[in-house]
Write a new protein. Structure first.
Length: 134
């Protein structure tokens, strides 16, 4: 970003006679800023906490913090006491499934962010290269 700002200080655009190189440098600068902004947006979106979406309203999962926080602790204790092995395994696999879905979405966003960052670096290099001809 600092290289982009430093090279931008030396640019002078004259409206009367714009050359193709000046237009290309302007468009490359615009695309660099846009790609960098979108990359930062995706990176911040990855850091944003996600909640499980696959639970039915009124469900009580003994491994999901939102459910545990919304009920009385005596009910939680009683649910743990009454849970058999099959029910506990079902609750655990549901939670693993929900966490896997959240992680899959985050990893896809990280992958997209890295792709946009590479495009941004390429655009910045082209911007620097073309700005040398001004």
């Amino acid at each position: 970003l600092s290289a982009f700002i430093e090279f931008s200080k030396n640019l002078v655009f004259v409206h009367a006679s714009l050359s193709l190189t000046q237009v290309v440098v302007f468009l490359l600068g615009l695309s660099t800023i846009s790609l960098l902004g979108f990359t930062i947006y995706i990176a911040v979106d990855v850091l944003r906490p996600r909640l499980a979406q696959g639970y039915v309203s009124g469900d009580l999962s003994l491994f999901y913090f939102k459910h545990l926080a919304s009920v009385d602790k005596n009910r939680i204790y009683n649910e743990f006491l009454s849970a058999n092995r099959t029910h506990s395994l079902k609750i655990l696999t549901d939670q693993v499934y929900e966490l896997s879905r959240i992680l899959d979405k985050k990893m896809t966003a990280v992958h997209n962010s890295m792709n946009f960052l590479l495009w941004c670096i390429g655009s910045l290099l082209l911007f620097i290269m073309f700005s040398r001809f001004l």
